[in-house]
Design a protein around this ligand. Structure first.
Ligand SMILES: CC(C)(COP(=O)(O)OP(=O)(O)OC[C@H]1O[C@@H](n2cnc3c(N)ncnc32)[C@H](O)[C@@H]1OP(=O)(O)O)[C@@H](O)C(=O)NCCC(=O)NCCS
Length: 234
């Protein structure tokens, strides 16, 4: 599919789309069987009103995708969260366009902030690498309580807490404006390790979601392994 999407900074004229976007976020999380920090339509409306969101439309003007900005640690960190592409428009490069737009918006609004994300998806890891993000351990992310409170509504919250908030199913990625590689470098690195990441993510997801309690020990091993891997390759 090769479509011309319209990808714009959202404003108050878009608030009517909030319920549809929320519904799609929930349904996609269910379909993936993975966790999600749940957001209400009101919260998305606020993001649109504040000009802290990006919304995309297909050529026929149907809603196609969304993402928003959150600030943590008194503006020291910024997260680009809630990325969603409507199922019928996936795999046509739209997430890449939305992420680029929200990244540019974040850099313009918060030039000194570190930009980070938590993800279980290879597509997002790939796009983040292209933007200059690097995989990091959770200790390098914001320690703002309010951010971690958002994980409470995730199905994997017990895992996060059992690991003392040091690890979970998601991979943390960070763009530090003061200390980062060029997107070319991180993309090259990601391409080299893509298959390994894919295997890690796949194994992590299968094992975790089968039976969390039963496989607690296995989880610890995987967590340890991925942290070791990230550290050694950082
Ligand atoms: C993840 C998601 C946003 C990707 O959107 P998309 O528009 O299909 O992504 P793009 O077409 O821009 O793809 C970007 C890259 O990721 C790859 N990709 C896309 N979906 C993928 C998947 N499920 N698995 C692995 N790679 C994938 C694409 O092949 C492309 O790489 P390439 O250019 O090297 O071929 C979309 O599937 C979605 O909304 N999923 C549900 C919500 C979600 O998972 N959000 C992310 C939360 S962190």
């Amino acid at each position: 599919m090769n479509q011309e999407f319209k990808v714009v900074v959202a404003d108050s004229s878009h608030i009517g789309y909030a319920p549809q976007i929320c519904k799609e976020m929930e349904e996609s999380a269910k379909a993936r069987g993975t966790g999600i920090a749940k957001r209400s339509p009101d919260y998305l409306e606020l993001k649109m009103d504040e000009g802290k969101a990006v919304i995309a439309f297909a050529p026929d003007c149907t809603w196609a995708g969304f993402c928003y900005i959150e600030c943590w640690g008194h503006g020291e960190y910024v997260a680009n969260s809630g990325l969603i592409v409507a199922p019928q428009y996936r795999k046509s490069g739209l997430a890449r366009q939305i992420k680029k737009k929200i990244f540019e918006l974040s850099r313009a609004k918060y030039p000194d902030a570190k930009i980070f994300g938590l993800t279980t998806g290879l597509a997002v890891m790939k796009i983040n690498s292209e933007l200059g993000y690097e995989p990091v351990t959770y200790s390098e992310l914001t320690q703002d309580e309010a951010f971690w409170q958002g994980c409470k509504s995730c199905v994997n919250h017990d895992i996060l807490m059992s690991k003392g908030r040091k690890n979970c199913l998601c991979t943390g990625m960070l763009y530090d404006p003061k200390d980062h590689y060029t997107p070319e470098e991180t993309t090259k690195e990601f391409k080299k390790k893509e298959k390994i990441y894919e295997r890690f993510l796949h194994s992590k997801q299968i094992q975790f979601l089968k039976n969390l309690k039963k496989h607690n020990i296995l989880f610890a091993a995987y967590s340890f392994f991925i942290n070791l891997f990230l550290h050694n390759n950082h």
